[in-house]
Design a protein around this ligand. Structure first.
Ligand code: ADP
Length: 468
């Protein structure tokens, strides 16, 4: 602000100074010509008399002979003291052009002077001169009023801007941020209010999600403790009976077997809980992902579950083609294991579990989208997925001949610790976490899982994950 005012002061005084100088020049030239006319038209003394009247106090005038000798000077009494003026610039150029104007420093008068000289018919010169202010002194004169003006302007600017700021801030101070869009304020503020509103809404959603996650976590911990207590109580009970000698020797093996079973159930539970909490903490990571052949995994799982299948009298078959997905081998195995294990456990003697894997065109556009967004494959390779190319998916179907799952329960079964029939699941050795792990593993691979089947006939779980 101050700088702008200073600049304006400088440029204005420059403009004023140079226009006034210019005007003074043309004025003095006109007057010199007038003086020349007087001198040409009348005797020298007459002419000097007229000039005296006309120029007194305004111009100093000098008559100079052709050879430069000063004949008369209105401000000097003894002209003989003055040196020869023949070499003065204005005289020299008047000799050439008939008339001239020049401004320079006069040593005779110690001041900046403006001169105009005109050569007369007889060869002599008449010269008018006027003392002028230098640019600096001109500006110096203006400086004091300018400083006063500046100070006043500053005060005014301060007062006015304070008042304005207060007026502008008043409605802003009064803003009600609990409902940003309800405020009536300047239009210019609307985008800001809309943004604040959006952010508040996002925050609310995040808070809700956090609260939900927290309550899920608390439920989960409570459930885990509860699930642990039961087998522990059973183990403690049987062990106490044996310790007190209340178990006849022929029954010890049976009781030890019961204790063994319960401890196995606890071990399974702890394993599942650990898997789930690990899953809660990890997201798909392109750097650690690898190619997983689902058919190979299924063969391995079949071997691992052979004993259980024999116990239950259930046959397990694995069929289909070699098909790979990109992801975590451990999680894929966990997923396949839980699905096949459920197929065996929720089945009847003589029943079967069929595991089938195939590669098909992607039918679900969302699956494709998810993959394109999420997948950035390992170690700096370009993403493998090209949206325009037709994409293929690995489809895993696990079909059993068990009791089936009624449609209204098909979502619930994926919840942690959800069991359709408490007693039966317990007796089949379930933890209630198997399908929660499956769902997590599928989500980790950006896939989807569906449940089909018919109550009384069996169930089919279908998992779709984008093919590698
Ligand atoms: P659990 O350890 O109890 O098996 P899961 O999460 O694996 O826990 O399964 C949840 C519930 O879903 C089970 O209790 C069972 O009632 C039902 N379920 C799971 N798989 C099947 C299946 N193949 N056939 C029928 N019911 C099933």
């Amino acid at each position: 602000m101050l700088a702008i005012i200073m600049m304006m002061f400088l440029s204005l005084s420059l403009i004023f100074y140079y226009t006034s100088e210019h005007e003074a020049e043309s004025r003095i030239v006109t007057q010199a010509n007038v003086a020349a006319d007087y001198l040409e038209g009348a005797s020298r003394d007459e002419a000097l008399g007229i000039m005296n009247e006309q120029f007194a106090g305004v111009y100093r005038y000098t008559l100079i002979a052709e050879d430069g000798e000063v004949l008369y000077d209105s401000e000097v009494t003894d002209e003989s003291l003055l040196d020869n003026h023949g070499a003065r610039p204005e005289v020299l150029s008047a000799k050439e052009a008939g008339s001239s104007v020049a401004s320079r420093y006069s040593e005779t008068l110690n001041a900046d002077m403006l001169y105009a000289a005109v050569q007369l018919d007889d060869g002599s010169f008449v010269r008018l001169s006027e003392s002028r202010e230098s640019l600096l002194s001109y500006m110096g004169e203006l400086a004091v009023p300018m400083a006063v003006f500046l100070a006043l302007a500053c005060c005014l600017v301060f007062v006015v801007s304070r008042a304005l700021t207060m007026r502008i801030m008043k409605p802003i101070d009064a803003l009600d941020f609990s409902d940003p869009l309800e405020n009536e304020i300047y239009e210019e503020m609307d985008p800001l209010l809309v943004r604040i509103d959006e952010q508040q809404r996002q925050l609310k959603i995040q808070n809700k999600e956090l609260a939900r996650a927290e309550s899920l976590r608390r439920d989960f911990s409570a459930n885990v403790s509860h699930e642990m207590k039961t087998p522990l109580q059973v183990i403690a009970g049987y062990a106490e009976l044996m310790k007190n000698g209340m178990v006849p020797p022929e029954d010890t093996a049976k009781f030890a077997g019961l204790i063994y079973e319960e401890s196995q159930a606890m071990r399974a539970l702890i394993n599942d809980v650990l898997t789930l909490s690990r899953l809660d903490e990890t997201a798909f990571d392109g750097d650690t992902a690898s190619l997983v052949d689902v058919l190979e995994v299924a063969d391995r799982v079949k071997m691992r579950l052979q004993v259980l299948a024999q116990e239950r009298g259930v046959t397990v078959s694995v069929s289909g083609e070699n098909a790979s997905v990109i992801g975590s081998p451990t999680l894929v195995e966990e997923m396949v294991y839980n699905l096949v294990e459920n197929g065996i456990r929720y089945n009847h003697e003589g029943g079967s579990v069929a595991f089938h894997v195939s590669v098909e065109d992607v039918s679900d556009p969302f699956l494709r989208l998810d993959h394109n967004v999420t997948r950035r494959f390992a170690s700096g390779q370009a993403p493998r997925y090209d949206a325009s190319a037709s994409q293929r998916q690995v489809v895993i179907r696990v079909t059993d001949t068990g009791p089936g799952i009624p449609p209204e329960k098909r979502e619930k079964i994926f919840e942690r610790f959800y069991r359709m029939e408490k007693s039966r699941s317990k007796e089949t050795g379930g933890t209630g976490l198997g399908l929660a792990i499956v769902k997590h593993a599928v989500m980790y691979h950006n896939g989807r899982i569906d449940v089909n089947g018919e109550v009384g006939k069996g169930t089919t779980f279908t998992v779709r994950i984008l093919s590698a």
